[in-house]
Design a protein. Structure first.
Length: 84
C-alpha cells in the first residue's frame, strides 16, 4: 500500500542533486578544452634548429684529370725503377 499523500517533497532531493551534478559536470567538461602543448619542447624550452633549404639542381662534382694516360704511365714507370 503506497500512499502519495505520505510522500514528502524532500524525498526526491538526492536524486535531483545527482541529476543536477551530472549536468554541471558535463557543462564543465564541454567548456574545458585541451591545452596547446608543444610536444617538441623539453622542460619548457623549445628545441631550436635551423631549417635548411632543400638541395636544388644537385650534381656530383666532375672528375678532373690532372694527368693524361701517357703521363700516368711515365710516373708509374719511374716509381717502378726507383723502388728496385
Amino acid at each position: 500500500m503506497y500512499c502519495s499523500s505520505v510522500e514528502k517533497e524532500g524525498d526526491n532531493t538526492p536524486l535531483k542533486r545527482l541529476l543536477d551534478s551530472g549536468e554541471s559536470q558535463s557543462k564543465k567538461s564541454a567548456k574545458k578544452s585541451k591545452k596547446d602543448v608543444d610536444t617538441r619542447a623539453s622542460k619548457g624550452r623549445k628545441i631550436r634548429y635551423l631549417k635548411l633549404p632543400k638541395a636544388v639542381d644537385f650534381m656530383f662534382p666532375e672528375i678532373v684529370n690532372y694527368f693524361t694516360d701517357v703521363q700516368r704511365a711515365n710516373i708509374l714507370e719511374q716509381m717502378k725503377t726507383t723502388c728496385r
